[in-house]
Design a binder for this molecule. Structure first.
Ligand SMILES: [Zn+2]
Length: 216
């Protein structure tokens, strides 16, 4: 259980760049005001689609994987943020009805895939599904997150593909992790100008800069 070293390789430094707010649509969870995240999360549509489709591929068993991307820093806003750019579906998992576990082979596989496919990127977190169970971190999930994703910038995405609910669990100040209250994300439009997000528990923030026809 102490093979955490796989994820402890010297991480690539945070890239200094303003948050790409003009290319993003913000999605809010119902718990947004109860969480003070260390990081903001930008989720590229390409990575979202991979997660979404993997989640729907099995409505009986939990599936999951790693979230791959970059950690960036917006100096003007003094804000660290993630850009999730890709995913690595996990193989060699033990999935039961109630929880999914990454085995040693899963971790080795992630490490090899990162070296091969994404040498300049980081594992910025992980995702897994809770078919029909809802969006929360179980005791086991919290254990996995603490042991394998301890960096203050690493996040856990939980998806219930049955109800199409999802949310991100994040480290907060003092290394606290709230297993019940999750946050949304910024949808980064790298594929489509229109939103592709279909998670029904999240609400988009509509910026009213263009008058709509119904007005006036
Ligand atoms: Zn879980």
């Amino acid at each position: 259980m102490s093979r955490v070293k796989l994820f402890d390789k010297q991480p690539t430094p945070a890239i200094e760049q303003p948050m790409p707010l003009d290319q993003a649509l913000q999605w809010l969870s119902p718990h947004e005001t109860r969480v003070k995240p260390n990081v903001r999360i930008f989720f590229s549509q390409a990575a979202y689609r991979k997660c979404f489709e993997h989640a729907l591929s099995d409505l009986e068993h939990e599936v999951g994987g790693a979230l791959v991307g970059e950690v960036r820093y917006d100096a003007g806003r003094a804000q660290t943020y993630l850009v999730i750019q890709d995913t690595l579906p996990a193989s060699f998992t033990n999935s039961g009805e109630t929880h999914l576990t990454f085995t040693q082979d899963t971790l080795v596989h992630f490490s090899n895939q990162m070296d091969e496919l994404f040498p300049d990127k980081r594992i910025v977190g992980w995702y897994h599904t809770h078919p029909r169970l809802g969006v929360f971190l179980s005791g086991h999930d919290t254990f996995l997150h603490r042991h394998f994703f301890p960096d203050p910038t690493q996040v856990a995405l939980v998806i219930d593909p049955y109800d199409q609910h999802a949310g991100f669990f994040v480290w907060q100040a003092g290394a606290t992790l709230d297993p019940k209250h999750y946050i949304g994300f910024y949808e980064l439009s790298d594929v489509d100008d229109h939103s592709i997000v279909e998670w029904e528990n999240l609400t988009p923030v509509i910026v009213d800069d263009v008058p709509t026809e119904s007005e006036g």
